[in-house]
Write a protein that binds this ligand. Structure first.
Ligand code: NAI
Ligand code: 15L
Length: 267
């Protein structure tokens, strides 16, 4: 059991879905985000923080013995936003953790680190990154930072290349990439419990029938996702529009992100 868990990005969709499960692994939880959270439970406290602001990040870590880092830009956005939230932000998190007893970090990375691999390629976590966006590139930076901080300073981290963590799959691609929040929670619990975590990368997908990812390198965690997108398969096929087989969004694992232009060209 953790004494004090820090959850960044707590006001976001995944953060809000994880919150009710966290008392199973932590006696108290520090919720943080740039967006205010008005209603907190007795075991929770809220601390506003921009991840790009190092002193503000530092103020989050007092007594923290575990971190789930969800905060940051979660889709493709102009580079200045990515730089602040995801590159300076992740550096501030790791550097602050290093000075506060090195609590284990679960880092919400993304499948967009490897988005330009094709869907007929089965990947384990040792493949080279092929980011599909500046966003995916920023997550690759986070994973590499985690590697450096483990090898040099012994800071342990699980980088979860989350597929699609939503209440249910929204399109055909998500039948392969969908991750139930309960499975994500089990993965976090395993990572905090493991005798040794080191620097590990895992693909965050449930036990879906379609799959492109192989978690052999994280098998030591014993994580067995229990949920599957299969129960929505017929619904998704009936409602989501069919796509041409040669569209980039169909060819590549990153889906529609691979077809986006440069975000600084827009508007
Ligand atoms: P979200 O966008 O709903 O939540 C992200 C939260 O981070 C927001 O509440 C936002 O206010 C906060 N944030 C943004 N910039 C910040 C900054 N500079 N300082 C402090 N807080 C900041 O995203 P969601 O869906 O909840 O995802 C959570 C994490 O998981 C994100 O890091 C995302 O990249 C990652 N992820 C999510 C996937 C999904 O399917 N939901 C898939 C892959 C990765
Ligand atoms: C992500 O990284 C995003 O945060 C999320 O909004 C989805 O787009 C997800 O990937 C996905 O690939 O489905």
């Amino acid at each position: 059991m953790l004494e004090k868990l820090l959850l960044t990005g707590a006001a976001g969709a995944v953060g809000q879905a994880l919150r009710p499960l966290l008392p199973q692994i932590a006696r108290s939880v520090v919720l943080s985000d740039v967006v205010a959270i008005d209603e907190v439970k007795p075991h929770e406290t809220f601390r506003p923080c921009d991840l790009g602001d190092r002193p503000a990040v530092d103020a989050l870590f007092d007594g923290v013995d575990g971190v789930i880092h969800l905060g940051g830009i979660s889709v493709e956005k102009p580079f200045d936003l990515i730089l602040n939230g995801n590159i300076v932000g992740i550096y501030n998190m790791f550097e602050t953790a290093r000075h506060h007893g090195k609590p284990r970090i679960i880092f919400a990375s993304s499948n967009h680190v490897i988005g330009f691999y094709r869907r007929d390629q089965r990947l384990d976590s040792s493949v080279l990154p092929k980011p599909d966006t500046l966003y995916g590139l920023s997550k690759a930076f986070g994973e590499n930072l985690a590697s450096l901080y483990f090898d040099k300073f012994g800071q342990e981290c699980l980088s979860v290349r989350i597929g699609s963590c939503f209440p249910k799959p929204r399109d055909r691609r998500m039948l392969a990439t969908w991750l139930a929040v309960e499975d994500l929670f089990d993965l976090c619990a395993r990572a905090f419990d493991a005798p040794r975590l080191g620097h590990t990368i895992v693909y965050g997908a449930s036990a879906n029938e379609e799959t492109w990812w192989d978690n052999v390198n994280a098998a030591f965690l014993g994580w067995q996702p229990k949920h599957s997108s299969a129960k929505w398969r017929a619904e998704v096929y009936a409602t989501a529009p069919a796509q041409k087989p040669d569209e980039p969004a169909v060819v590549f694992q990153g889906g529609g992100f691979t077809a986006l232009g440069h975000p600084d060209d827009e508007g």
